[in-house]
Design a protein around this ligand. Structure first.
Ligand code: FAD
Length: 369
């Protein structure tokens, strides 16, 4: 009998497993892919993510990884710069294939077991058991669904749910050592495009609210990638992101959802790694309470209420940036108020020490003396 079986070896699942292992619980992770595996992601870690990573993965050495700390950010509209900022807290760009593999190695070093390349395993919820591809049956006390945006376990937990944003991204070599994150709010509809340099490569991508037919890549995508020097867009990979569409009750019986499976992505920025790790951590703490006594697993929902609140707030504000009629007003505001945006990048996005509304109030107070 295993205490906790975790489906999915991304940051959410591995973080949950690492905390549980350290507290003496027996866990295993089952992933359909073989690690190191590819993961479509710009790979930006904010200051709060870095702090959290050091908290969960004590002594993890970023120095051994392919990473770049970025301090310069430009916001653009139709390739024209509308604001340039130098932030206090670096935005750290990592390579997800390597980063996720390092986290997984860490999990193994604290005694965790990984079954990767599992394409044909079966979950028997009634029996609380998983049967692996080779027929091995593993009984569990709790199951964590950390199986990403297209989660299968989500349908067991009982919500019909769709991801709202579709992204495409391609990596090109960082030949001239670019060191600025560039975010452009035009050229696509209701989303943004990005150019994010890492140590050796630049992630070039875009994401917009999904409408049917977009998987075929509309002509505006070709124009955007062309403007970035990328001619062949046929092999550009896409993935869904949940922009604010989170699962309200991510627990059913002895099964719970974390990370992308629970829809935990910031609806303004698309940041998900922080929420993946934090929800994994909170799930493991709720499970420990549950396994120790008669506390219900639903305490997990209370534990992540702060994240859910953030999801709701960000979903409300995202209209100002991504709905065309409000967007022009917001962009005019951005142009005129560089210091406000600077603080948003340094605090609201990077550290969560404050929020958007608080920054607005702060600005008004400063103006009125
Ligand atoms: C284009 C793009 C750019 C992004 N950029 C950023 C960024 O810069 N910064 C940021 O913070 N976030 C970013 N995100 C979001 C971030 O990638 C996710 O929020 C994060 O990876 C969620 O972690 P997770 O562990 O929940 O899921 P994942 O990292 O997706 O891991 C899920 C794991 O489950 C496995 N799996 C899937 N289905 C099954 C199955 N049926 N059975 C077994 N295993 C399965 C997968 O192989 C995978 O290993 C981006 C997302 C996209 C699409």
């Amino acid at each position: 009998m295993i205490d906790v079986v975790i489906i999915g070896g991304g940051p959410s699942g591995v973080s949950a497993g690492t905390v549980l292992q350290r507290k003496g619980y027996k866990t295993c992770i089952i992933d359909k892919q073989i690690f190191p595996r590819e993961k479509l992601c710009a790979g930006v870690l904010t200051a709060k993510s870095i702090k959290l990573i050091h908290h969960v993965y004590k002594d993890l050495n970023f120095g051994d990884m392919d990473m770049k700390d970025i301090y310069k950010i430009e916001l653009l509209y139709n390739s024209k710069v509308i604001g340039k900022y130098t932030v206090d807290n670096a935005y750290r760009v990592i390579n997800r294939t390597e980063f996720d593999n390092e986290l997984l190695k860490y999990y193994k070093s604290v005694g965790g077991t990984i079954y990767d390349g599992q394409k044909n395993y079966k979950i028997i919820y009634d029996k609380s058991a998983v049967v692996l591809s080779d027929g091995t049956e593993i009984s569990y006390r709790v199951l964590i669904g950390a199986d990403g945006i297209n989660s299968k376990i989500r349908s067991y937990v009982g919500r019909s749910w769709k991801a709202s944003v579709l992204c495409f991204e391609k990596f090109i070599p960082n030949l001239s050592d670019e060191d600025t994150i560039k975010i452009d709010f035009a050229g696509i509809l209701g989303g943004y495009s990005w150019r994010i340099p890492g140590k050796d490569r630049i992630g070039v991508g875009l994401g917009e609210f999904y409408i049917r037919g977009m998987k075929k890549k509309p002509a505006r995508y070709r124009r955007y990638f062309d403007s970035q020097g990328i001619r062949n867009i046929n092999n550009i990979k896409g993935a869904f992101v949940s922009f604010g569409n989170y699962v309200r009750k991510p627990v059913k019986n002895n099964v719970l959802l974390v990370g992308d499976a629970a829809g935990l992505v910031d609806a303004m920025t698309g940041e998900g790694i922080y929420f993946a790790i934090e929800s994994g951590r909170q799930a493991s703490l709720a499970i420990i309470d549950y396994l120790r006594g008669n506390v219900s697993l639903t305490t997990y929902i209370n534990r992540i209420e702060k994240i859910h609140k953030r999801m709701r707030e960000q979903s409300m504000y995202n209209k100002f940036l991504y709905v065309p009629i409000f967007q022009q007003i917001s962009l005019a505001y951005i142009r005129k108020n560089p210091q406000f945006v600077q603080r948003i990048l340094d605090h609201a996005v990077s550290t969560y020490q404050t929020g958007y509304m608080k920054e607005m109030r702060h600005k008004r107070m400063v103006r009125s003396g």
